[in-house]
Write a protein of this length. Structure first.
Length: 371
């Protein structure tokens, strides 16, 4: 059996869906399988590295955005498997299924653009809203990142329960506790000194970073002297500019690190007293698991899939407003025994999520669809 996997997000996106796709393919490469796997992507040069895996890659004749325009805006009946050659299953990894002659699988990572359209560009909301239902209904297999996302697909897109399977994300092996002397150079390069709190995420409204800044300001007024470090690339709707204005009164107590490469994250996570993740909607929440794998206690919201992923290993905000965030952070930071307990629980929780396990789930889903 031959399966084509759209690797475009892995090449085009450094974070988010790109990381998820890269992790799944690495997991597949570590397993023995009878499937013949082909990676496909657009023709343009990519900002991230190629797969570095034993799988072959085939490029479409045009760039990925041009192909998306032909498929999803002009609706030209140009089946993707014309270019892949004969395949039994084509897996679209980023929400939308192209025209196909073979069976199709599509990954729906979350439905925040339907639940919370205010968090996204209006044009993107219209684009996905008008096309996602058709993709799901044409697919033989729909993949969701969590049980929460699966329930969202069933509720909002009228998918059949037997059609929608869960494939969790995983944690890369290099996310592990880093000793103080080993992390010093990384912290120096990013201008960080302990003690600090860390938040990792794109600067976008859904991440609720403004509430963290307000809560952190209240925490400082209660005589706590941590720095808040925010690692994440610029997002949309002017959120980065708004957050920097909110942070101005706190001066050097808030540090915007910009996008931080994967290789630096374990050291930053290991040095933090607490990882803060106040997101208002998550389809999975990979940064929470990566923090736990590095031995960093986590304080996060109960939004979306986060309780499903973090289990009993996190401190939770019930409402994720600024006052509660400040209270939860203060309670955690002033209870060393409680922090140590969450650290131990987090290491156990993160160990249950590997890309090998995710790849096994994916192979089971492929084989069921192919049957």
């Amino acid at each position: 059996m031959r399966v084509a996997i759209d690797y475009t997000p892995a090449l085009r996106q450094r974070a988010g869906i790109g990381r998820f796709t890269r992790g799944l393919v690495r997991g597949l490469a570590s397993l023995a399988t009878d499937l013949d796997i082909l990676l496909v992507a657009g023709a343009e040069r990519a900002p991230t590295d190629g797969p570095g895996q034993p799988f072959r890659m085939r490029r479409f004749p045009l760039g990925s955005r041009a192909m998306e325009f032909l498929w999803h805006r002009l609706h030209l009946p140009l089946p993707a498997d014309w270019w892949t050659g004969p395949v039994d299953l084509y897996h679209a990894t980023d929400f939308l299924l192209p025209p196909l002659r073979c069976r199709g699988a599509v990954t729906v990572h979350d439905l925040s653009f339907l639940r919370h359209p205010e968090f996204h560009h209006p044009a993107l909301v219209r684009y996905l809203r008008d096309r996602i239902r058709g993709s799901v209904h044409r697919a033989d297999l729909v993949l969701a990142d969590s049980n929460f996302s699966r329930e969202e697909v069933l509720a909002l897109l009228d998918a059949l329960p037997e059609q929608v399977k869960v494939v969790y994300g995983g944690v890369e092996e290099h996310f592990r506790p880093v000793l103080a002397e080993e992390r010093r150079d990384t912290l120096d390069r990013h201008g960080l000194k302990e003690p600090y709190l860390l938040l990792v995420g794109t600067l976008e409204p859904r991440k609720n970073l403004g509430a963290v800044l307000e809560g952190f300001g209240r925490l400082r007024r209660r005589s706590h002297r941590h720095t808040l470090a925010i690692a994440g690339g610029e997002g949309w709707l002017g959120e980065g500019q708004r957050l920097r204005r909110l942070a101005e009164p706190m001066g050097d107590a808030v540090r915007f690190l910009g996008f931080v490469p994967d290789k630096d994250l374990p050291a930053l996570l290991s040095g933090a007293d607490l990882f803060v993740y106040p997101s208002l909607y998550e389809g999975f929440g990979l940064p929470v698991l990566e923090a736990m794998a590095c031995g960093c206690p986590v304080a996060c919201s109960r939004a979306g899939s986060l309780p499903e992923v973090a289990g009993d290993a996190a401190f939770y905000f019930e409402t994720a407003d600024a006052n509660e965030i400040a209270t939860v952070l203060q309670r955690a930071l002033e209870a060393p025994d409680l922090l140590a307990e969450r650290r131990r629980r987090g290491l156990v929780q993160a160990a249950a999520f590997t890309w090998e396990a995710a790849a096994r789930q994916l192979l089971d889903a492929y084989e069921a669809a192919l049957r």
